[in-house]
Design a protein around this ligand. Structure first.
Ligand SMILES: Nc1ncnc2c1ncn2[C@@H]1O[C@H](COP(=O)(O)OP(=O)(O)OP(=O)(O)O)[C@@H](O)[C@H]1O
Length: 241
């Protein structure tokens, strides 16, 4: 067995005196799609922020590609090869598609040649025809693709996506899901936070369920999908046949 690409151990983290994560443990194997699911407010976004370094963990460790990155700043974490597509996309509304992607090229790994802005945009059929459109004029689905493109141009080994399908129409949700699968097929390892349980289970190889700042259940996605009692207890959902 090879070591996981990302390994989170006993991670305790929060905001000021509020402790949100109470000792999170998770692994992401190279080449896999791992999803983190759980009800609102259980700490999913805080987990991603603590891995990235925008929230400083109180204790515990984050190991990436064999290196301890627990104390690194978000810039250094990006240089190590991790990119985050944040909740609500955070596309720059006044900048064009091309300019938004160019910003992503500033950060990220320095030890390899990054793809060009055009190469990345051309991989997204619904962005390629909008090179010069401003972020504000894109649809929600196009903005999500732009946020993913901006992360990919930094050539990450691990792409973290925070609720990429939130607020999107069902047909666009499918497009985002297909993109996640396509990227993974191309070799990008993915850690996905997803409210849409069906998408989370369909996209993933392995699933962690978070509740009150701790992992309360984990397993291969197909096994979790069949654990009706677990889905009901921790997520309050039952999946239609
Ligand atoms: N910047 C912040 N300052 C203070 N408290 C915060 C901050 N961000 C989140 N919290 C609190 O931390 C807790 C966990 O939030 P987090 O965003 O990690 O949850 P989540 O599982 O991602 O849920 P959601 O789906 O609602 O985003 C919540 O109680 C939230 O109010």
């Amino acid at each position: 067995m090879t070591d996981p690409l990302l390994s989170v151990r006993d991670l305790v983290s929060g905001y000021g005196s509020t402790r949100v994560l109470q000792g999170v443990n998770l692994d992401v194997d190279k080449g896999s799609v791992v999803t983190l699911i759980g009800r609102n407010g259980v700490g999913k976004t805080t987990t991603l922020r603590s891995i990235l370094g925008s929230v400083k963990p109180t204790s515990g460790t984050v190991t990436f590609d064999g290196n301890d990155i627990t104390e690194l700043s978000p810039e250094k974490t990006a240089q190590a090869g991790i990119a985050l597509v944040p909740e609500e996309r955070r596309v720059f509304p006044g900048l064009t598609v091309r300019e938004n992607v160019e910003i992503g090229r500033i950060g990220g790994r320095r030890d390899i040649e990054k793809p060009s802005v055009d190469e990345i945009i051309d991989e997204f059929e619904n962005l390629a025809r909008h090179h010069e459109s401003r972020g504000a004029n894109l649809s929600g689905g196009e903005q999500q693709m732009l946020a993913i493109a901006r992360a990919l141009v930094s050539a990450p080994d691990l792409l973290m996506l925070d609720e990429p399908t939130e607020g999107l129409a069902p047909s666009i949700v499918k497009q985002v899901q297909r993109k996640i699968t396509e990227l993974n097929d191309e070799g990008v390892t993915i850690l996905l936070v997803e409210q849409n349980v069906q998408v989370a289970l369909d996209a993933a190889d392995y699933v962690y369920i978070l509740d009150k700042g701790q992992v309360v259940h984990e397993g291969p996605a197909d096994e979790v999908a069949e654990s009706e009692e677990v889905l009901d207890r921790y997520l309050g959902v039952s999946l239609a046949e």
